[in-house]
Design a binder for this molecule. Sequence first.
Ligand code: ZN
Length: 179
Amino acid sequence: MTARSWRTAVVYGVVCSVTLSLAVAGTTKRRHQHGAHVHGTATLNIAIEERTATIEFISPAESVIGFEHQATSAADQNRQAMALDLLRNKIGSMVVFDPALGCSFSPTKVDVMQQDKEHAEVHSTFAVSCHTPLAGSKLHFGFAKIFPAIQTVNVQLVAATQQVGMSIKQDKGELEVPR
Ligand SMILES: [Zn+2]
């Protein structure tokens, strides 16, 4: 996969999520739109190459940590650290590969990026290494089980030959890795 195709996938994901958020605006009371992010809606980019994958997960901090102001108090810092640990440790229960593939996950980046005074995002990347090639396998999702505030995850998956995308709501649905 080239850097260009990754960028195309990311841009497509952004356009897609904007369209989706417009479509659902007003249907959920807690939904709150500000600039690029919508609370309750996260983005998942997956790049697959044979037996390995790179996962990028971006979410409004509110949906993972519970707040978006800068964590200055000890209580907020503790809450933030616990949420980020949960993300690091449970990513394999949120992006669920077929257990038969023998995949292991390792976080390469888990950060809070302050957007402005009121909004922040969690940006994270993970390296996935599996015993068996991933083509043709099915992916399931478990975000809402770990972080109940995450209602929707806009997924873009880029494999060697093609890219596929879908919007996962409340963890429902599956995505097949293209052959
Ligand atoms: Zn926000």
